[in-house]
Design a protein around this ligand. Structure first.
Ligand code: NDP
Length: 598
């Protein structure tokens, strides 16, 4: 199959353009370009949603299980433990309510990009069908609260409490969980459900500390300043010149609302996102009433199958996530005898084709051809997190909205009154940081505390050269500790699916240990070593398609920096379908292989 004959673009020129765009953005400081929200920046983390901080005495009692985090991970861990007969557990949550990501991210337009029928956990258990194909944040937050009420989790949760340390006491065989409230809670087991995008970050732009106007990060939206709410109506911005830095999945959703409200909006762009069709629809009530038992798991598996490139009888979700896979499968189906069936090449061609479609969409919506050109992404689909929105691109046709493209370099400087790009100063009343969350830093730094296991071994040291676990969930030397993480575990774009599989697996082990009077469950060194070999054996596996060294820098590829630990800390390379099956079969054998009980 000759590349050029069958395509409307020149693949060689496209490769060169993508490489040039990547090279332009590579920078030696990688993850170090960002700043932690500590010291003078710590106030960015204040909880704007808690009206009255709760007061309580420190606790030093004991529970069977401490669950760290009350987001989807913690909620699913609690639900699956309850179903497995374990009820003496306590959730420890930093925020004032359940929801995690969806508690913090209430910016205008916040919405889930993954189809709600797959994304919202435990829909069948709660007999709830979301209102729309793609839920807004409010409905997801309400659903989190619904899970909390259904499983009676409110009375088992310490809100507004942040874990500061976790230490194994080998004499009493209990974890000691220390918090910012001076708690020292003893727990037989701990489940760490900290969340993958949990620590917002700031860009280390020179002069950031000098700015005298108003600022906030999108994950702590300041409605007191902007007016309005998650549905928009940001009336207090009427006389304000507003800057937003960043054009990732968050900015794509809130920019249309800012454009509608601000006197003037400046969107500072380093790399454009892929912005595909949203196509939201209200839930068909007839369809919803006809759903049969097991429908949600079936749908989640169908979606996950398509994302993993495993052909399904039908594409139940049929959206922008599954479209690329469908394009690839189409090439296979239409291949004639004698055609070159070079799979990587076919994938690349399907990817080019998809990106051409995304770029053509910009021309369809943006009137000014110069602005349109700047909004076009030149990299492979899935180098960056894809986005889906119908209002973002037309926002740039508004006379009060300016795209400030930084040609891949980022904002040069922040002054007392504004921002500088290409020597031009933009004076603004407010800067909104839509600059994302820590991903590439160490697991314990992102968790906000270290874990001290047997013989004073720190998890941060133990994982220094890369993650060491069995199934991504437990490490040798850290008994009775369960981790919810993608590193050495499964990976799927529908993250709650992975969390649920982990929750079921952990509940299986913990309920067995508690029912059998087993004090300590620990991954053996041998099982851990073998699992590391398994992970390394995939050399990145199919996940190489996500991020990768030839991609524009971003959190999918460690900001374009070679990461010596990347192979060992990668998710299971056989894909999530195989990984979930592997866990299920492990449970079915009932032999708890790789675990040592005492
Ligand atoms: P991202 O990390 O995706 O985006 C950060 C943005 O800030 C990027 O556009 C980045 O540019 C830009 N940036 C960073 N530093 C500078 C600088 N110095 N000058 C100019 N621009 C800069 O964060 P988001 O909050 O947008 O999204 C994070 C993740 O949250 C998503 O990837 C997704 O997983 C999740 N999310 C999910 C949603 C959903 O629907 N389920 C909705 C929203 C978010 P560059 O690209 O060049 O690095």
């Amino acid at each position: 199959m000759s590349e050029a004959k069958e395509t409307s673009f020149d693949p060689e020129a496209m490769r060169a353009r993508y490489a040039a765009e990547r090279d332009k953005r590579l920078r030696p400081d990688g993850n170090e370009q960002y700043m932690e929200m500590t010291g003078q920046y710590a106030h960015y983390l204040d909880d704007p949603y808690v009206e009255e901080p709760t007061k309580r005495k420190p606790l030093d009692d004991e529970v069977d299980v401490a669950i760290i985090g009350g987001g989807f991970g913690g909620l699913q861990a609690a639900a699956r433990l309850t179903q497995a007969g374990v009820t003496d557990f306590r959730i420890i949550e930093k925020g004032g309510d359940f929801g995690g990501t969806w508690y913090w991210n209430r910016y205008p337009g916040a919405q889930c990009d993954i189809e709600s029928y797959c994304y919202l956990p435990l829909l069948e258990e709660l007999d709830y069908v979301p209102k729309e194909k793609y839920s807004y944040a409010r409905e997801i937050l309400e659903h989190s609260e619904r899970i909390g009420k259904h499983f009676s989790l409110y009375e088992k949760t310490l809100f507004q409490t942040e874990v500061r340390g976790l230490e194994w006491d080998s004499e009493i065989k209990r974890w000691i969980v220390r918090t910012n409230r001076e708690d020292a809670i003893k727990a037989r087991f701990v489940s760490m459900a900290n969340g993958p995008l949990h620590r917002p970050k700031l860009p280390g732009i020179p002069g950031i500390e000098n700015y005298q106007g108003h600022t906030f990060h999108t994950s702590r939206w300041d409605y007191e300043y902007t007016g309005g709410g998650p549905d928009g109506g940001l009336d207090k911005l009427e006389n304000k010149r507003v800057a937003i830095i960043g054009t990732g999945a968050t900015a794509i959703q809130c920019v249309p609302f800012l454009g509608e409200a601000a006197e003037h909006l400046f969107v500072f762009q380093r790399t454009p996102s892929t912005v595909d069709v949203r196509g939201n629809t209200p839930t068909d009530t007839e369809w919803a009433s006809g759903l049969e038992t097991g429908w949600q798991k079936h749908r989640m598996e169908n979606f996950n199958g398509l994302l993993s490139g495993v052909p399904q009888d039908k594409d139940l979700v049929d959206d922008g996530w599954t479209d690329l896979i469908e394009k690839m499968m189409h090439q296979f189906r239409n291949a004639k005898p004698g055609d070159n069936m070079d799979i990587p090449q076919m994938m690349e061609m399907a990817n080019f084709e998809k990106m051409e479609e995304i770029r053509a969409r910009v021309d369809d919506y943006v009137d000014d051809p110069d602005v349109a050109e700047k909004l076009k992404p030149y990299y492979k689909m899935f180098c960056k997190r894809p986005t889906f929105n119908d209002e973002y691109l037309p926002t740039f046709n508004r006379s009060n909205v300016t795209l400030v493209d930084t040609d891949g370099k980022g904002v040069e400087q922040i002054t007392e009154t504004g921002l500088v790009v290409s020597g031009q100063h933009y004076e603004v009343d407010c800067i909104i940081f839509s600059t994302g969350f820590e991903v590439g830093t160490s697991y314990t730094r992102r968790s906000g505390y270290d874990v001290i296991g047997h013989d004073d071994q720190k998890l941060s040291d133990y994982w220094r050269e890369g993650t060491r676990t069995l199934h991504g969930m437990g490490s040798h030397g850290f008994p009775n500790l369960f981790i919810m993480n993608t590193s050495q575990g499964g990976f799927t774009a529908n993250f709650p699916h992975l969390l649920d599989e982990s929750a079921v697996h952990q509940a299986f082990i913990m309920s067995h240990a508690l029912a059998s009077g087993i004090e300590s469950v620990e991954v053996t060194k041998k099982a851990e070593d073998e699992w590391i070999d398994t992970i390394m054996g995939f050399s990145g596996g199919p996940l190489g398609a996500i991020g990768g060294p030839d991609c524009t820098p971003g959190y999918y590829n460690n900001e374009g920096q070679p990461n010596p630990n990347a192979l060992q800390s990668a998710p299971y390379g056989g894909g999530s379908i195989k990984f979930f099956k592997l866990l299920e079969e492990w449970r079915e054998t009932g032999s708890f292989e790789g675990l040592e009980f005492s």
